[in-house]
Design a protein. Structure first.
Length: 75
């Protein structure tokens, strides 16, 4: 897999192929140790088999029974 690494000395960021458990590499610019950078993910993949609406979870009769139940907390 391809990861971003940041050099501890020259602070340059570069991409390199590494295994998922490899946390350090040598900087190609100055030869000092570089640490793998972590980024937050902005895109969330939702597989098509996830529930998308109430009909995926409940039958019509179950849904009607839930709507009539006074003990169910409404949002």
């Amino acid at each position: 897999m391809r990861f971003d690494f940041k050099c501890l000395k020259c602070k340059k960021i570069f991409e390199s192929y590494a295994s998922t458990n490899e946390m350090t590499k040598l900087c190609p610019y100055c030869g000092v140790v570089a640490i793998r950078q972590f980024h937050s993910c902005t895109n969330i993949y939702v597989p098509s088999y996830f529930h998308t609406n109430k009909s995926d979870i409940f039958t019509d009769k179950e849904w009607q029974d839930l709507k009539r139940d006074p003990n169910i907390e409404r949002s």
